[in-house]
Design a protein. Structure first.
Length: 336
């Protein structure tokens, strides 16, 4: 079995048809949250899924030193009313959306509450920046906490998504674009799961899928390996060819499951986080696994991931360790 494979005990059961919440989106009333709401509505429409708009509120522990300090309206009622006001604003934004929509105010921790709901969702959507409440807290941990605990694929929508479109009269027709879907792969099973969902996204959008494998540059570590300094180009070329041959096999396997999708693989020499940042500006969707072998994906979901998501110029989809029946055949091929 591939060294990047994982134990079945860690896989998340995932049957989209059984995920009754469909597409869920976190909403806090900020502009970025509204753009995430716009994205989520289009995603739900494309899938023919129900849309659930979620606002999380938290009631702080209250300590009143005098009777006069007691608020006229209990804080729990006030916070719930504030959340309902936000949901009303979301409903106004979606008034012309033709799909089925539900609105929910949830009390609790923002990340934890949303992560729990992902067990019933096909897709979760959050904005990269909020106003300091719901999405503001998620922003600081979206790359480490939420993708690590979510039980469905999660899209992070950048703050400038759809800047050319008016939020006053939103168009909910799914975007049609020639830009590709890009997925980062690193030979692990988790990146294969990401590739499967990236291919499905490309098929939904009728566009090309690019499978990108990053080869960290050897010359950045020459201080530790001086004996290789004179042979960097040869070693890099050799390793690139080896990875390209492996990637060709991955492309062929994926093509077998998505014959209508144009799929091409590319091996690029460079730091993974830099490559991802570049690709987010060229792709209509960039897809990552929640963890990897330490090459492409895991580097992005470590200490550098928050910076990447802050700077992403397009939506980023993070796919957790979902159970997929198509993986064993690829593992069997690796074992031969």
């Amino acid at each position: 079995m591939n060294s990047g494979a994982h134990s079945d005990s860690h896989l998340i059961p995932f049957d989209p048809a059984a995920r009754e919440l469909g597409v869920i989106v976190g909403y806090d009333g900020s502009e970025n949250a509204t753009r995430a709401l716009h994205y989520a509505a289009r995603a739900a429409g494309r899938r023919g899924a129900v849309l659930n708009v979620i606002t999380v509120y938290r009631v702080p522990t209250a300590i009143y030193t005098t009777y006069a300090a007691l608020p006229q309206v209990p804080e729990d009622e006030a916070k719930k009313a504030e959340a309902q006001t936000l949901l009303n604003a979301a409903a106004e934004f979606l008034k012309d959306y033709p799909g089925e929509v539900y609105y929910r105010a949830v009390e609790g921790d923002s990340v934890g509450a949303l992560a729990e709901l992902t067990s019933q969702a096909q897709l979760a959507v959050v904005g990269a920046r909020g106003r300091g409440g719901f999405l503001g807290r998620i922003l600081g941990s979206v790359a480490s906490a939420l993708p690590s605990h979510t039980q469905c694929p999660t899209v992070v929508v950048p703050h400038d998504y759809g800047k050319g479109e008016s939020l006053e009269s939103p168009d909910f027709t799914p975007v049609r674009s020639d830009a590709p879907v890009v997925v980062g792969v690193d030979q692990s099973n988790l990146s294969r799961v990401a590739a499967l969902y990236a291919a499905a996204a490309a098929q939904e959008r009728d566009t090309t899928l690019v499978m990108l494998m990053a080869l960290p540059p050897l010359d950045t570590n020459m201080a530790w390996y001086p004996e290789l300094a004179s042979d960097v180009d040869r070693v890099t070329t050799q390793r690139t060819e080896e990875l390209r041959a492996h990637l060709d096999e991955e492309v062929a396997w994926l093509k077998g499951h998505f014959p209508s999708v144009e799929i091409r693989g590319t091996v690029e020499v460079g730091e993974p986080s830099v490559l991802l940042k570049q690709m987010t500006s060229q792709a209509q969707l960039t897809v990552l696994g929640s963890r990897g072998r330490g090459a492409f994906v895991s580097a992005l979901l470590g200490s550098t991931s928050r910076g990447v998501l802050y700077k992403a110029e397009g939506p980023v989809l993070v796919v957790p360790a979902l159970d997929d029946p198509r993986l064993p055949e690829r593992e069997a091929a690796d074992a031969e």
